[in-house]
Ligand binder design. Structure first.
Ligand code: S3P
Length: 175
């Protein structure tokens, strides 16, 4: 197994929850890129979007992605939903021989249900006013992003699965 495991997938697919359990089982550290950015920038992701805009966010997101991949060892790294979809980030992730990438694939209906109540804290979906509007947005967005996500070395479908099942299936896949 490689030193690091990189979890990718849409907002709400369970990257952090799965990542924490995976880290515990594999005795690795857990690092959430959004959280890493917030600590380094001393600001929340929401505020960075509001104050400096998405282009600035994507620039620093890339910088911290490179920093994490370069410096971390024996870690489960959970990326932001958009991280693999900008610039050559996905290529960098795939080319990193120290890491294995895993796409947590979750369907639109599950994502919409999970994200509706907490959308106000998520800059890209905060504007949606109903679950139907959110579903339509996610459907289109996921379609665009799938090109990037599906380049991951492993794909784990998560719909209707307990976290423990997802974690076990990932461990089995990687051995
Ligand atoms: C984003 C996902 C978020 C965060 C930012 C942008 C995206 O991360 O990086 O709000 O473009 O999908 P999570 O997937 O961890 O929520």
């Amino acid at each position: 197994m490689t030193s690091n495991v990189v979890l990718i997938g849409y907002m709400g697919c369970g990257k952090s929850t799965v990542g924490k359990q995976l880290a515990a089982i594999l005795s690795k550290s857990f690092v959430d890129l959004d959280n890493y950015i917030e600590v380094k920038e001393r600001n929340t992701i929401s505020n960075i979007f509001k104050e400096k805009g998405e282009v600035y966010f994507r620039k620093i997101e890339r910088k911290y992605l490179l920093e994490c991949l370069g410096e971390l060892e024996d870690s489960i790294i959970s990326l932001g939903g958009g991280t693999p979809c900008f610039g050559d980030n996905m290529q960098i992730i795939i080319n990193d021989t120290k890491s294995t990438s895993i796409y947590l694939r979750t369907g639109v209906a599950t994502l919409s249900q999970r994200l509706f109540a907490e959308r106000s804290g998520r800059p890209l979906i905060a504007h949606t006013n109903s679950i139907e509007e959110l579903s339509e947005f996610i459907g289109k967005h996921l379609f665009e992003r799938n090109t990037y996500y599906s380049q991951a070395e492993y794909i784990e479908t998560t719909d209707d699965k307990a976290i423990s099942t997802i974690v076990k299936e990932i461990v089995d896949k990687m051995h």
